[in-house]
Design a protein around this ligand. Structure first.
Ligand code: KG4
Ligand code: ZN
Length: 365
């Protein structure tokens, strides 16, 4: 089948409402014809996290607009589409339901095939949207809601090598920023402070490095920052700016160190399979961090593995990745019926043990 496919994707599993249209003709590079993302950060700012009910209502209000805008920007109508793809989980159930109901309505009215996409598969297939990448490749998802190593074997088959057993790294950055009185989102503000700091001033723990495997843990690290802040505040009668910068630098250094070592281990498992063109890709908001990106790239260079980091707009939540995953699945013959369910939990790798906990932004998998 070499014909061209044009698919509308919808994403509403967390706090971004998004619609996008992607076109792909086989043997050609895919084209993102439009990608509309509207955030809800202001609506949740006062609550210190995403409020599921507020998120669901906002998705219901914004989805129409996003879809209209995506069609308008690509100069297409519903009749020009071959299918509609929608995030069917994992995520906050009210938001996922809003998207799934909207997609079902459009699919029924416009007589289009419907494809339910796993949000994590959307992230994990993004490297193939931006570059010619063959399976199998190793993927690290690092954001405010996700943290896992996956071997992508096909658009439907992923093996999880490990993941966080508590917080995601983005959550740890956000909580550290809160502890130190820095603005949200915490990642960029901690990174900015860290640039002026001395990472050697504090020796923070490297959780789970003493245990084999690729699982990660970040909640203890954040507690260490809290203890160090309290001790320094008691010592100086307030937190000096330089100490705050040093705390940020030491925290960021600990996160990068843990991610680098766990990536080394995940690469060892992946390379044991002798992939023809070894590739390591990283996605998620935390991948914007320069120190983290640099250490991961160094680890890949050490091992002779190609390093891919998609552009930031495609690393964070968006609908182009859902439309693209829809194209991949459609080519494999996957279609859902109007009884498609919204799933709060939906591990990509059904064979590995369930991950613990549920993040600030809903279920982790
Ligand atoms: O992927 P994303 O936009 O949303 C989800 O979590 O799904 O990731 C947002 C997370 C936030 O926790 C934010 O603090 C973190 O990514 N982040 C960063 C940086 N930029 C964003 N963390 C570390 N360094 C950064 N430069
Ligand atoms: Zn996501």
């Amino acid at each position: 089948m070499t014909r061209s496919l044009t698919i509308l994707g919808l994403e509403s599993s967390c706090d971004d409402t998004a619609a996008a249209i992607v076109r792909h003709t086989e043997h050609d590079r895919p084209a993102i014809l439009s990608s509309v993302v509207t955030g809800q950060k202001d609506l949740h700012a006062a609550f210190g996290g995403v409020v599921p009910e507020i998120a669901a209502r906002a998705h219901t209000e914004k989805l129409d607009f996003c879809i209209e805008q995506a069609l308008h920007e690509s100069s297409l109508t519903l009749q020009d589409l071959d299918a509609i793809a929608v995030t069917a989980g994992p995520g906050l159930i009210g938001g996922v339901l809003s998207g799934v109901m909207m997609a079902k309505g459009i699919a029924a009215a416009a007589e289009l095939p419907l494809i339910g996409v796993n949000h994590l598969a959307g992230h994990a297939l993004t490297p193939r949207l931006v570059e010619p990448v063959e399976f199998p490749y190793l993927m690290l998802l690092v954001s405010g809601g996700h943290c896992q190593f996956l071997v992508a074997r096909s658009a439907e088959h992923f093996t999880r090598l490990g993941g966080t057993i508590d917080d995601a790294p983005g959550e740890a950055f956000d909580k550290t920023a809160r502890i130190l009185g820095l603005p949200q989102p915490g990642g960029p503000s901690v990174e900015q402070e860290a640039a002026r700091g001395d990472p050697a001033r504090f020796a923070f723990p490297r959780p789970l490095l003493d245990r084999p495997g690729c699982d990660l843990s970040f909640s203890g690290l954040k507690t260490s920052v809290l203890r160090a802040r309290d001790a320094e505040t008691a010592r100086y009668g307030g937190l000096p700016r330089q100490i705050r910068a040093d705390l940020c630098a030491a925290f960021q250094h600990a996160v990068s160190g843990v991610l680098a070592e766990k990536t080394r281990r995940a690469l060892r498992l992946y390379l044991a399979e002798k992939p023809e063109d070894p590739i390591f890709a990283v996605a998620g908001g935390v991948a914007a961090n320069k120190e983290i990106r640099t250490v991961l790239e160094i680890v890949c260079n050490e091992q002779g593995v190609r390093f891919i980091a998609p552009p930031q707009a495609l690393c964070t939540d968006n609908a182009a990745m859902i439309a693209w995953a829809g194209i991949e699945l459609f080519r494999l013959g996957r279609k859902d019926t109007l009884s498609l369910s919204a799933r709060p939990r939906w591990p990509l790798d059904q064979t590995s043990p369930a991950m613990l906990g549920s993040g600030r932004k809903g279920a982790k998998a």
